[in-house]
Design a protein around this ligand. Structure first.
Ligand code: URA
Ligand code: CA
Length: 433
């Protein structure tokens, strides 16, 4: 087999065979095919697309390029959740204990933040003592005894995806639906869950700017998962503004605590109940999404959900008294309000720019080696559709420096006020097959 024949076949709109896909993934991972030939192939895929079968073959080939994780020693149906990335996306901290409170085993592997999106690991680490780096055995034991564990990405999962993603980043080929779908699904499937719930974000702050593309991506991923024998569902959710009120590590932990107690922000609560219902159904703990939602609301109301968060924090070495005393979480030295310059309705909050502002306060990383400040960030007081009077606070900046003129100017550019505005729809669609 020759790589140049594979490139020409795809360039001319042909369908690649399983063997051809395995050939280029294996040889590229082993360094036997140069970047320039794979760049040409990626561009051909970008323009010609892939059939569902090609996309599934690509995913399988990437899974088998490295280690996979075996969760079979954990009892029950393990359900994973994946978000395509957002700003102030506090969902994992809420969802993990919430669905675990219903007896769904949660073995969650999550990442750190880079750029304008925050990472779940950094958020958990803002809890004094919390340890995210567990050994594989500690991780599995904890799920079996406590029903929930969260671990940093470990091992050599999908090396083919690491190489391909880096190449796509510099060759203008990131935004291809089959390439994104196989990249995400290979990582999820290699991590060993029996079932997967996908949160595909749509809007200005997301990869997929339109509903149509978000739906195509969701369908592609749901098909891959189900064809490989892992039950998979997806939702399409709005990312035209940050999720919830808080953006920042300790601030989002506090927001998660509020949500698990039943008084979190409306959009975050709705997203968590929607994703959580799918997880509970996939895990076989409820027959319908409605029944699952009722059960989730019940564990929030009777306190079992918040108790599970305490169990999780304690099991991973953290100080679980922060749940009853959030004031023990790291707190920034200064709280500065951003006041509205005019009256009206908030019509737009540019999510990715707000994320960059939070990062510049120290809540995120510009490069992989930056150190995150757990205490800083932004808490919104107004969301899209809310009425605001001149001089009212739009948001609070939590900062360890008083030099905030540049950040304030930037935040004013993120928030638009006009004569009328309506609240965006949060859940655009639910995709089960
Ligand atoms: N996230 C991924 O993991 N891969 C992509 O291709 C895009 C987003
Ligand atoms: Ca949030």
């Amino acid at each position: 087999m020759r790589i140049v024949d594979i490139i020409e076949k795809k360039r001319d709109g042909g369908v690649l065979s399983t063997e051809e896909i395995q050939f280029f993934i294996k040889n590229y991972t082993e360094g036997k095919i140069p970047d320039y030939q794979i760049s040409a192939l990626l561009m051909a895929i970008y323009f010609q697309g892939m059939t569902a079968k090609e996309c599934a073959d690509l995913t399988m080939a990437m899974i088998h390029s490295g280690e996979t994780i075996d969760l079979s020693s954990i009892k029950g149906i393990k359900v994973d959740k994946h978000s395509t990335g957002g700003v102030g996306d506090t969902t994992t901290i809420v969802l993990a204990p919430l669905v675990a409170a219903l007896g769904v085993p949660v073995a969650k592997m999550s990442g750190r933040g880079l750029g304008h999106t925050g990472g779940t690991n950094d958020k958990f680490e803002s809890i004094p003592g919390f340890k995210i780096e567990l050994t594989k055995q500690e991780f599995i034991n904890q799920v079996n005894t406590d029903g929930v564990a969260v671990i940093g990405q470990s091992g050599n999962l999908t090396p083919a995806d690491k190489k391909l993603y880096a190449l796509r980043d510099v060759t203008g080929t990131v935004n291809s639906i089959p390439l994104i779908a196989s990249s995400i699904m290979s990582k999820k499937l290699a991590a060993g869950a029996d079932a997967i719930v996908l949160d595909v974000k749509t809007g200005d702050g997301a990869f997929m700017k339109t509903d149509e593309d978000a739906q195509k991506l969701a369908h592609e991923m749901v098909n891959i998962g189900n064809n490989i024998g892992r039950r998979t569902m997806a939702i399409i959710s709005d990312m035209s503004q940050p999720l919830g009120f808080a953006i920042g590590n300790a601030l989002e932990v506090k927001e998660a605590i509020d949500t698990l107690r039943g008084h979190g922000p409306k959009d975050l609560t709705e997203l968590v109940l929607t994703l959580g219902s799918q997880m509970v159904v996939l895990a076989g703990k409820a027959a319908t999404l409605d029944e699952a939602r009722q059960k989730l609301q019940q564990v929030i109301a009777d306190g079992r959900a918040i108790e599970k968060l305490k169990v999780l924090i304690k099991a991973q070495g953290g100080d679980s008294s922060v749940v009853d005393h959030p004031e023990k979480l790291p707190t920034a030295a200064y709280q500065v309000e951003l006041l509205a310059k005019q009256s009206g309705y908030v019509s737009k909050i540019i999510a990715d720019k707000v994320g960059v502002a939070a990062m510049q306060l120290g809540a995120g990383r510009a490069t992989k080696d930056d150190i995150v400040d757990p205490s800083v960030g932004i808490v919104l007081h107004k969301k899209v559709g809310d009425k605001v009077a001149e001089g009212e606070s739009l948001l609070t900046i939590h900062s360890n420096t008083q030099a905030l003129d540049a950040i304030k100017a930037k935040l004013y550019e993120c928030i638009f006020i006009s004569d009328s505005a309506k609240e965006p729809t949060l859940i655009h669609k639910i995709i089960t097959q």
